[in-house]
Design a protein. Structure first.
Length: 393
């Protein structure tokens, strides 16, 4: 709504108010005869209305001028503000662009540096890994060559026997002393068959009897069983286990017939199996009790053999202690006798010390008191001599 409309509304309201007041006044004075005065007042009112109209016209013109001036000033200010804002926004945009450019350059530089470092580190690690792989391949080739040599050795029955014998000798040498076992001993009287190792066990007559230990390694049969396990063929596994069982029974029978000869040996012998897998197969097939009952042969792997020899070593030590117990008691009796003599000599020495202490008490007490009295007399004599010399003066 414009100012002109507002002024027009105000004028119309004022005219209406004056008109209403005039009508009321006319009604009031119509009965009193004041119509003439009313005319004069209406004339004056018309004059005032004209004045008001003129004033409102002047006011409207003045307001229009002021409004136009204000509009022009606002437009100028808005133009200046727009120009200033555009300039400042341009400066801010330039500064932001420069800052973003610097940040981008910095980020690119750091990313480039980091990327180069990472790439260099990755290449160095890859090179190291490749060197390790090449080294591992070389070791694998060496190992493969060694495995091939070992396979050649194990394919020879005599070589397999030497490996088992060497392993058994290493276990015996680590746990027992050389005096506690013999190597390649003929345990059966009148026989030329020699067992690989025989442990000497003490006997009741003060001598010893042999415990035969022989190493057996049915490598071909055990290798066939391992191949059957790898193939996953149940029938082949059962057949290989059957062959291994027959082979171990044959070896146990051979040990029993060749090396067990009570009372020159123990009533049983030990069959050493040099690999834990082979020993485990024998145990799983239930051959421990069967070989013990039929042939009096116990089977042992590397770990069980070490445990058995450790128990035998403890038995040797217990027997040695029992043999030495009589000597220990005799020594204790001698010590008891000597201790009695020592007690008597100690009591005599104590009595002598007591007598010497009494003599010292007499010497120190009685003699020292007598010497003290003599010294006191000498002191009194010296005091009297000093007094006499003073009187003579």
């Amino acid at each position: 709504m414009s100012i002109e409309t507002i002024l027009l509304i105000i004028a119309i309201i004022m005219i209406g108010v004056f008109g209403a007041a005039l009508i009321m006044y006319v009604r009031k004075i119509s009965s009193n005869g004041e119509l003439s005065r009313l005319d004069s007042k209406l004339s004056r009112l018309d004059g005032k209305i004209d004045v008001i109209s003129n004033s409102s016209s002047n006011l409207r013109g003045e307001l229009e001028n002021r409004f136009n001036n204000l509009t022009e000033q606002n437009n100028l200010r808005l133009d200046r503000m727009s120009q200033t804002m555009e300039k400042k926004l341009g400066d801010i945009e330039d500064k932001n662009s420069a800052a973003l450019e610097r940040m981008r350059a910095t980020v690119d530089e750091k990313l480039q540096k980091t990327l180069e470092e990472r790439i260099s580190s990755s290449f160095s690690q890859v090179s190291k890994r490749l060197e390790e792989v090449y080294k591992g391949l070389g070791e694998m080739q060496t190992l493969a060559s060694g495995v091939g040599d070992l396979k050649k050795v194990l394919s020879n029955v005599k070589s397999r026997g030497i490996i088992g014998e060497y392993q058994l000798g290493a276990i015996l040498g680590e746990i027992l002393t050389p005096e506690q076992y013999d190597e390649n001993a003929a345990t059966k009287k009148g026989s030329k068959n020699v067992v690989e190792f025989a442990v000497k066990l003490p006997s009741d007559d003060g001598g010893f009897i042999y415990l035969p230990i022989d190493s057996k390694f049915p490598g071909d049969t055990y290798s066939a069983l391992c191949d059957a396990y790898d193939s996953g063929d149940r029938a082949a596994v059962d057949l290989a286990r059957k062959h291994l069982r027959q082979r171990l029974i044959s070896e146990a029978k051979d040990i029993s017939e060749k090396y067990i000869d009570p009372p020159h040996t123990t009533e049983f012998a030990i069959m050493f199996l040099p690999f834990e897998g082979l020993y485990s197969e024998a145990v799983n097939n239930g051959m421990v009790e069967e070989l013990q009952n039929k042939f009096k042969v116990n089977i042992a792997g590397p770990s069980t053999m070490a445990a058995l020899l450790n128990s035998l070593q403890m038995g040797f030590k217990t027997l040695a202690v029992q043999k030495r117990s009589t000597e220990v008691w005799r020594v204790l009796e001698e010590v008891k006798t000597e201790f009695g003599k020592f007690t008597g000599a100690l009591a005599a020495a104590q009595e002598r010390i007591r007598n010497v202490d009494s003599d010292l008490e007499k010497l120190v007490g009685t003699r020292s008191r007598q010497m003290q009295r003599k010294l006191e007399k000498m002191s009194s004599i010296e005091d009297k001599g000093a007094l006499l010399s003073f009187d003579e003066r």
